[in-house]
Each structure stands twice: as C-alpha cells, then as structure tokens.
Design a protein around this ligand. Structure first.
Ligand SMILES: Nc1nc2c(ncn2[C@@H]2O[C@H](COP(=O)(O)OP(=O)(O)OP(=O)(O)O)[C@@H](O)[C@H]2O)c(=O)[nH]1
Length: 374
C-alpha cells in the first residue's frame, strides 16, 4: 500500500492524500458531538469539504451526523450478545472484531473516495478500552495509518479533568495510546464553554505549577503532615509526563459553540508533517524488519533441513549414491514444464498413500518421476 502523503490526480494535479482523524476519548467526553462539529465546520467551508465518516461504535443509539460507513449496518451488537451469550461490553467488542474481519473491504471503499475528500473521520466506541486495548482497534488503526496520513484526536472532558489527580490519570491514558499507536497526537480539551482549558496548558508547560497544584490538593499529606505515597508517585509521574507533552499538540474546543475548531484543523495540518517525518519512516523501518525476520526464518529452516539431510546421508552412505537428482541433460524434456501442484488424493490410484519427500530415494525400477527442486 502506498502510504506517501500525495497521489496523482486523474487531471494530472498532485492532490494531497486525505488525512484520517481517529477520535478517541472516555465515555461522555463528547466524541460524537465533536465529530458532528468538525463535520459541520468542513461543510461550511468555501468550497465545502464534506468529510468521509466512519462510525465504529456498534452500540450508539443516535449519531448526530450521517456516517458514510456505519458498523451498525454490518453487525447488530444485540444479536451478537444473544448468539454468543455475552454482556454489553463483550457484545460491542465481538461486534468490532467481526467488523474488523471485513476491514480490507472498508479500506477499499475509502480508497475509492480518496481523490474526492480531504478528511476521513473515525468515531470510535464509547467504551474507550474496547478500541484502545483490543486487537481489532490496533488492526484498524494500523491498516488505515499505513494507507493514509493519520492523526489521533484524544477528546478530553475539560471540566471533569480539572482535579490534578484526574488530569494525571487522563494524561497517562493518553500517553499509553500514543505509545501504542505512535501516531501524531492532538489533545482536544473539549467543553471549554463550561471550563476554559488554560489550567491544563499551564500544567503541561510548567512542571512546578502542576506540582504546586498537587501539593495544595486535599489528601496529598498524611496525618503527620508528610506527603502521602500517592503524592510522591504523582510527582514522579509528572516528571515522566513532562517528556510526553513534548510530543503533543493541545487545543481547546467547544463542540457546542464551535470555538477552537479552526485551531484544531491547524493542528491536524501540522500533524500531516509529523506523520511524514516521524511515523512513515518508522512504518517503513518496521516493514523492512518484518521482511528481514521472515527471510531469516526461511534461511534458518533451510539450514536445518540441509543439516538433517547431511545426518541421514552420513548414516546411510550407500543410499547416498542414489540420492541425487538426474543431470539436466538427461532430463531436458520434462524439466522445463515441471510444476508442483497440490494433489487431490481421491484421484490417486492409492488414496492415502504417504510419501515423505524429504527421505525419498529413487529405486532403479521405479517409474515415478519425482518432482525436482525448481
Ligand atoms: N457544554 C458542552 N457540552 C458538551 C460538549 N460536547 C459534548 N457535550 C455534551 O456531553 C455529553 C456527551 O457527549 P457525546 O458527544 O455523546 O459524548 P461521547 O464521547 O460520544 O459519548 P459516548 O457516546 O459515551 O461515546 C452530551 O450531553 C453532549 O451534549 C461541549 O463542548 N460543551
């Protein structure tokens, strides 16, 4: 798959590939409202830039936007619950797994539209862990990110994240997703109409301000006035996060009022560059490493097989005299069109007969033409 960020347009122009925005966030953070807001923002551009939207939440009752591909058209998670005798979360996870088995077809549909759209948006299941900690979530993210520039938009419920401990847990969660996907990452502080996100930016940029907020928070000292182990843990964690913040962009938005959406799209465009400079080389490096390890396994198997053959031969030196292929000159006729086909045993005169080709030895009177190595 070609993952470079541009493609030749039928008109001969070079068109930027559409960028994929994967929205992830805790239940109730406002993912669906956010997707609807960015959808309406793109529609309101001049000229309009309608995005291509995929809804991957099988359990959502109503989506405020019309998805181009909706998991609910493919799998009915309630039916899955009944058939597999599962609870709601198991049902959602299994529905996502089933959908993932068809994701190559989804990708084909998306690729067909790549010339006509600039943005592809994925809305993920409400239960964050179903997407972020499942094999299917990883497969979907990897598949899409190896075809298109991709960015993760991590939606945060700002008013619910204003306590230092909750803020830190949320950031650690975001950190774990960044670690897993390695994709360009935008922290989207949502609901800024209820609470502005300045406190979060301050904590991210000023490590001491965050430690001060932690210290002033109740529960940070025990009865003797000493810092609790939790407080020490959080102080150490905040040092770890300091490094993590360097790899992130953060924007504040209100999906209700539309505030900050333009800044969000600026961050998306900047992420395209990060994808090309950091993610793509990493992806290509991983591909090359996979191919190399496959090649190593092949070579290793071949070496082991040759060693086995050498042992067999040393045990039976007389047999070795017969243990060679006929020379090319002798067998020119049947050599060129030699094909190794799978055999339907029912058509053989002696069905069930087993031939160990690794140990076979031709007998003088044998009429069988053994396949020769190609
Ligand atoms: N005030 C305010 N409320 C918001 C904003 N964005 C979302 N909400 C509200 O937050 C609640 C949750 O929003 P959803 O969009 O359903 O959140 P979600 O993350 O998709 O939730 P799940 O369906 O659980 O995944 C709703 O009541 C929204 O109206 C915002 O920017 N400001």
């Amino acid at each position: 798959m070609d993952s470079s960020s541009t493609s030749a347009h039928p008109t001969g122009d070079i068109k930027k590939k559409p960028i994929v925005i994967v929205t992830i966030g805790m239940a109730g953070a406002g993912k669906s409202t956010f997707v609807q807001r960015i959808n309406s923002y793109l529609h309101s551009q001049d000229p309009p830039q309608p995005p291509y939207i995929l809804n991957l939440d099988p359990a959502v009752a109503n989506v405020p936007f019309e998805a181009n591909i909706d998991i609910r058209d493919t799998v009915d998670y309630r039916e899955v619950m009944k058939q597999y005798n599962l609870g709601p979360n198991g049902g959602i996870l299994t529905a996502l797994n089933l959908f993932t088995t068809k994701f190559d077809q989804v990708l084909e549909l998306v690729e067909k539209r790549a010339d006509t759209v600039d943005h592809i948006i994925l809305d993920t299941p409400g239960q964050i862990e179903i997407f972020t900690w499942s094999a299917s979530g990883a497969i979907i993210t990897d598949a899409i990110a190896s075809s298109f520039p991709t960015v993760v938009a991590y939606i945060i419920d700002t008013p619910r994240t204003s306590a230092p401990a909750t803020f830190m847990s949320n950031m650690l969660y975001a950190c774990s997703i960044l670690y897993k996907t390695k994709l360009p990452f935008i922290l989207v502080f949502n609901k800024t109409d209820v609470q502005p996100h300045n406190f979060a930016l301050e904590w991210m940029h000023d490590f001491e301000a965050f430690q001060a907020a932690l210290a002033s928070h109740s529960g940070s000292r025990d009865s003797e006035g000493e810092p609790t182990y939790m407080n020490s843990l959080m102080n150490s964690m905040s040092l770890v996060l300091d490094e993590f913040y360097k790899h992130l962009k953060a924007v504040g938005v209100s999906s209700m009022t539309g505030d900050g959406i333009k800044e969000f799209f600026d961050a998306v465009e900047e992420s395209r560059e990060t994808y090309e400079k950091e993610y793509l080389p990493e992806l290509e490096h991983a591909r090359a490493a996979r191919e190399k390890s496959l090649q190593d396994v092949k070579e290793d198997s071949m070496n082991r097989m040759l060693k086995d053959l050498a042992v067999d031969r040393s045990k039976n030196p007389e047999g070795t005299l017969n243990d060679r292929w006929e020379s090319d000159e002798e067998n020119d006729d049947d050599d060129d069109d030699l094909e190794v086909n799978l055999v339907d045993r029912n058509e053989e005169p002696y069905p069930g007969q087993y031939i160990d080709v690794m140990r076979m030895r031709r007998q003088e009177d044998e009429q069988i033409n053994w396949p020769r190595p190609g």
